[in-house]
Ligand binder design. Structure first.
Ligand code: AMP
Length: 282
């Protein structure tokens, strides 16, 4: 497995693979990899001849008050995990390699990005769409892998690929969790012992809501209230949002039907955690 820092090296390698007729999968990440990322890489390895993992803490998706500086980084550990999972190439650029000092072209989405995380993080999805577009243009993959953990991001990327005619298959992968149900996240490392013990309430609350739907409840408000109350009962949890939306449009719904996303964002101390469940064909 190779680790490269320049766009030119990635292009050269992928060109050589494509010349041999090999298919290429891309797994975009911000590094500090865990079993969630690993599951995406392993799926990509299964479905493609070669796999590129990008490992880049993308500055354009962080607002000035967010955790860009403190976001955990450990390339050596990431490389070991990628190697074990069967990846062929890690693309680990410096910010200057990805963005010219006077870069002024961004990919902006006019719907899907206003609700949920877009409300609290207004520039976030423009940064995500821009960096993912750039990665698509640099790597030119046949398939790209994204976790359902970031469900709004997955919906946004699918829409972007449709709207901009990227010839890339987007593969959504299930959420990988700790034993107590907490969704794995690089940000879990910020949690003190006390906050870490409180955080699984997100999954418990979502499971309760999901169960209601599976038992026939179709009022989004009733399910939302149940999830919200369960989280509010945990004194260390400060809710950012609890929403139930259409998974394709990310617009709030009254009646649960079709493809539905129930998503939460909750602060534990200064750490903002997200989690969700998706139900299709309801
Ligand atoms: P990140 O490094 O946090 O930007 O995540 C990179 C990719 O890994 C995104 O597509 C995430 O949705 C996915 N991912 C992160 N955590 C998990 C998880 N616990 N389970 C599944 N996928 C995940």
């Amino acid at each position: 497995m190779n680790i490269v820092k320049t766009i030119a090296e990635v292009r050269e390698q992928v060109k050589a693979w494509k010349k041999e007729g090999l298919s290429v999968g891309l797994v975009p990440t911000m590094g500090y990899l865990h079993e969630g990322h690993q599951s995406l890489i392993e799926r990509a390895v299964k479905e493609n001849d070669r796999v590129v993992v990008s490992d880049f803490v993308n500055p354009t998706q962080f607002a000035p008050n967010e955790d860009l500086e403190s976001y955990p980084r450990d390339l050596e550990r990431d490389a070991a995990l990628c190697e074990k999972a069967g990846a062929d190439l890690i693309f680990h650029p410096e910010p200057e390699e990805m963005y010219a000092k006077d870069a002024c072209t961004f990919v902006d989405m006019r719907a899907l990005t206003k609700n949920l995380c877009g409300k609290t993080r207004p520039i976030h999805f423009s940064g995500v769409c821009t960096v993912v577009s750039k990665l698509f243009l640099i790597v030119n993959p046949d398939r790209a892998y994204f976790g359902e953990k970031d469900a709004q991001q997955l919906a946004v990327i699918r829409r972007m690929v449709r709207d901009l005619n990227f010839d890339i298959e987007i593969v959504g992968c299930p959420i990988i969790r700790e034993e107590d149900g907490l969704a794995k996240s690089s940000r879990n490392t910020y949690l003190t012992k006390e906050l870490r013990e409180a955080a699984p309430v997100l999954h418990k609350a979502l499971e309760e809501g999901k169960q209601m739907v599976l038992e026939g409840e179709r009022s989004a408000e009733k399910v939302r209230e149940t999830i919200k109350k369960r989280i509010e009962a945990e004194p260390l949890a400060k809710i950012d949002y609890v929403e139930i939306v259409d998974f394709e449009t990310i617009e709030p719904i009254e009646t649960i039907k079709g493809s539905v996303l129930a998503a939460v964002a909750v602060y534990f101390g200064k750490t903002r955690l997200i989690d969700n469940f998706i139900l299709t064909d309801i």
